[in-house]
Design a protein. Sequence first.
Length: 257
Amino acid sequence: MLLAVDVGNTNITLGAFERERLVTTFRMTTKLPRTSDEYGTEIRNLLTNNGISPNAVDSAIFSSVVPDVMHSLTSAMIKYFNLTPVVVEPGITTGLKIATENPRQLGADRIVDAVGAYELYGGPVIVVDYGTATTYDLVDKDGVFLAGVISPGIRLSARALCEGTAKLPEIEIKKPASILGRETISSIQAGLVYGQIGQTDYIVKHMKEESGLSDIKVVATGGLGKIIAKETKSIDIYDSNLTLQGMRFIFERQKKE
């Protein structure tokens, strides 16, 4: 069984694969400092609670945008699962050709999203990931990663409003009944959600126009992406497990080398 571990700025998302089938997923908080022993015991407990024997895990792949946790997390896999994980990093074979000016700067999260979208849905494709940052990445029909856009994510924007002002509160992120907010909370919700919808429509439209490519699919993922995908025609497909699937494709490619 393959354990795919996606280390994001907010959450660590784990998925257990039995060959091509995603058996279960679960999450941990990234910000909480943990030792290798804490990671190891927590992951084993989460697997057990999801009906999976930890001893069934015989391989792992990591994708991370948080370098600080990698030593403890990798040590946990070695100590508690007796395996060394594959890590998505510069030099690894992904099946994509990176045509940006500095390929080594491209985040692992964006690479695995692009691989997942291209392998599952084909190209050309724009991949939109609504995470801590919202990213828009373009892959052509031949699997060439051409360009991308990075903007603040919805939660990050909400936190900036709360922390950067004296009186605006922390809020639940959801679509309000109307864009016409009649009190502070619904006004913030309207700005965050409808602002992200408008941003999506504008960026996708101009990425399509400036690329000159035709028949571009738009695939979205990320925890809050489902809210946005329901409200815009710019997104063709929402896939909550796209990142984990991309990691599985990359892992399978390493086995063939």
